[in-house]
Write a protein that binds this ligand. Structure first.
Ligand SMILES: [Zn+2]
Length: 117
């Protein structure tokens, strides 16, 4: 790429941490941990057709109202879950550019709580 003073400046500020590249960093860093996300689902409505663990594994945490959830990485919000929906399927359908969905290392911490699914 041709030399660009502007780009050089941005790269410098990214390296020094002065600015954060929001395309690769999670929007909700305190929800990086799958266990932390799972904790938010304690009041999750049992009538909802998607299970908390599946949602947490798909990067989602509960917003505490209705069946609205949000992604820790892209901050995308979803709700109105219907029978047959899957957490990962809806996340990738509505937020296909989410770096977590795309498989980038965005700081996700998988659950240490065993293999129960
Ligand atoms: Zn996302």
């Amino acid at each position: 790429t041709p030399y660009s003073e502007e780009e050089e400046d941005l790269q410098y500020r990214l390296r020094t941490g002065e600015v954060v590249d929001e395309t690769t960093y999670p929007m909700v860093p305190h929800m990086c941990s799958e266990d932390a996300r799972l904790q938010t689902f304690q009041p999750w409505p049992s009538s909802a057709p998607v299970r908390p663990r599946a949602l947490a594994q798909a990067g989602l945490f509960y917003l505490g109202e209705g069946d609205r959830v949000q992604c820790f990485c892209c901050a995308g919000m979803m709700g109105g879950w219907e029978a047959g929906d899957t957490a990962w399927g809806e996340h990738s359908k509505h937020f296909a550019n989410c770096f977590f969905i795309l498989g980038h290392d965005v700081g996700n911490v998988p659950s240490q709580g065993g293999a129960a699914a």
